[in-house]
Design a protein around this ligand. Structure first.
Ligand code: URA
Length: 250
């Protein structure tokens, strides 16, 4: 299966991690686990960034622009994300950007639980390969998946915690989805305040790792198949952190 959008930049394509990511992207490009999403997508949006990024951002799912271009966060939310990253001195080329779902859902509807379950092995494998010190979850879907808890983003945003991802410990930092600020302007301030914490988290480096479990094979990946869908740009308005939770944004 040809991959038109390689997940890594030309400079890093030679590294072992980049090769792994490229292989994974080729596998993901042929995923057909979610029949409705196979119908609705133009292509799988795998994610992009350096294979050794210290920071990974995880959104919800591709929207129309992402589906067209094959890259995550290239629409209105993506432009705001770029601005937020720029505000803390980071360029998007320095971070790995992925989504919970790799395919655009029809009408930008919310991901279904079975789609999240089908697709999450791809994200888990991306996290294992890139091995970031800090993972910023954007909105409800990514936060709930990686925290393994249904608490809404409005309750947990801005609070860093250490969570297990596969066999590794990462610093998880939930924030509102950028689209939340497109719907409701005051959320921009909240996002800016939370993004301002990211450099400090990165400066801490990776959290202490747990000792390996006896008999565990180091670096063995979990991914096999999966597919996903994504949400896209806002399809309607919402009115506040908890009130907006039905949009999956925050
Ligand atoms: N929203 C997301 O969650 N991800 C994208 O890639 C674009 C918009």
């Amino acid at each position: 299966m040809p991959v038109s959008i390689l997940p890594v930049s030309p400079e890093t394509q030679a590294s072992a991690g980049a090769k792994e990511l490229t292989k994974l992207a080729r596998q993901a490009a042929g995923c057909e686990l979610c029949p409705q999403l196979v119908e609705s997508r133009s292509q799988v949006v795998f994610g992009t960034g350096p294979a050794d990024a210290a920071l990974m951002l995880v959104g919800e799912a591709p929207g129309a622009s992402e589906d067209r271009e094959g890259l995550p966060f290239v629409g209105a939310s993506g432009r705001l994300l770029d601005t937020l990253l720029g505000g803390i001195g980071l360029g998007r080329q320095e971070v790995f950007i992925a989504n919970v779902l790799k395919c655009r859902p029809p009408e930008n509807r919310d991901p279904k639980p079975e789609e999240v379950a089908n697709c999450s092995p791809w994200l888990e494998r991306q996290l294992e390969i890139v091995n970031p010190a800090v993972v910023v979850t954007l909105g409800n879907f990514a936060t709930r998946l990686l925290r393994g808890d249904p608490a809404p983003i409005g309750k947990v945003r801005g609070r860093p915690e250490i969570v297990s991802v596969g066999s590794r410990q990462v610093r998880l930092f939930p924030v509102f989805h950028p689209a939340a600020a497109l719907y409701r302007r005051p959320n921009l301030k909240v996002l800016e305040t939370d993004f301002a914490e990211i450099p400090g988290l990165l400066a801490l480096g990776p959290p202490e790792q747990l000792p390996p479990v006896a008999g565990e094979v180091a670096d063995e990946g979990a991914a096999g198949s999966g597919d996903g869908a994504g949400h896209g740009e806002p399809a309607g308005r919402a009115d506040g952190p908890d009130g907006d939770s039905q949009l999956g944004l925050f």
